[in-house]
Write a protein that binds this ligand. Structure first.
Ligand code: ZN
Length: 234
């Protein structure tokens, strides 16, 4: 048995240097045994990837369990109000978001987004049913949800093309946020007053434009772009 001359740690018979302080092992009475197997793996092992089906099953079981438990609790706790429907609706929405992409390999972006937006719309529709809010659902909530879905789809398609550059992605994200909120105010105005009277969304849109314009300039000028990349590690 050898010990490191520098830090005193006990060394394996195969060690040629100390694993802690990297001091070379020099024991004239016991040279390192280079043929014996190392006490640790010397090659990187493969970790089996998680099966998507198993993951989907786990997520389904977790969400179903939460929904079921809340449903049962509702029978005893305030049974006159169907509060558990909110939890069950949220669980169903999360399931639609998480599980189909796991099961369907290479699900098309458009289909995935349609399912996601439909899940949100369905959940909000359930809430509107409970609150007697059919009018605000169809008049305000549904248009905003579908407008958000359209912006997300556009964002997804554009980012697919330009995803290599962080500056471009940031520019597109900020621009989309401004356009989305502009549309939201338009829809709210239309629902509340029946006419378009832009105010706060114009401020947001101006701020977004104020951020987008310098980013576009930085992206256009190679020296600035390089400087930004170096400074912000992007
Ligand atoms: Zn050592």
């Amino acid at each position: 048995m050898s010990y490191c001359v520098h830090c005193g740690v006990e060394l394996d018979a195969t060690a040629t240097f100390c694993p802690l302080c990297h001091t070379p092992v020099a024991d004239p009475n016991q040279p390192p045994d280079l043929r014996a197997p190392k006490p640790f793996p010397t090659q990187r092992g493969e970790v089996a990837p998680v099966s998507k089906q198993e993951l989907a099953l786990l997520v389904t079981a977790m969400l179903a369990c939460v929904a079921l438990c809340c449903g049962l609790l509702n029978v005893f706790l305030k049974p006159e109000r169907g509060w558990s429907l909110y939890v069950i609706g949220a669980a169903a929405m999360l399931w639609l978001w998480l599980v189909p992409p796991l099961l369907a390999r290479g699900m098309h972006l458009l289909l995935r987004l349609l399912v996601d937006v439909a899940a949100v719309a369905l959940y909000v529709y359930l809430i509107s049913l409970d609150l007697n809010g059919k009018a605000w659902f169809w008049g305000l909530a549904a248009p905003i949800i579908f407008w958000g879905g359209a912006i997300l789809l556009l964002l997804g398609l554009v980012l697919r093309v330009y995803r290599r550059s962080v500056i471009t992605s940031l520019t597109i994200l900020i621009g989309s946020l401004g356009v989305f909120l502009f549309g939201v105010e338009y829809l709210i105005d239309l629902w509340l007053y029946g006419r378009w009277d832009p105010s706060w969304s114009l401020v947001v849109l101006t701020i977004c434009l104020g951020l987008v314009i310098p980013l576009v300039i930085v992206r256009r000028i190679p020296s600035l772009r390089e400087e930004a990349r170096r400074r912000f590690h992007i």
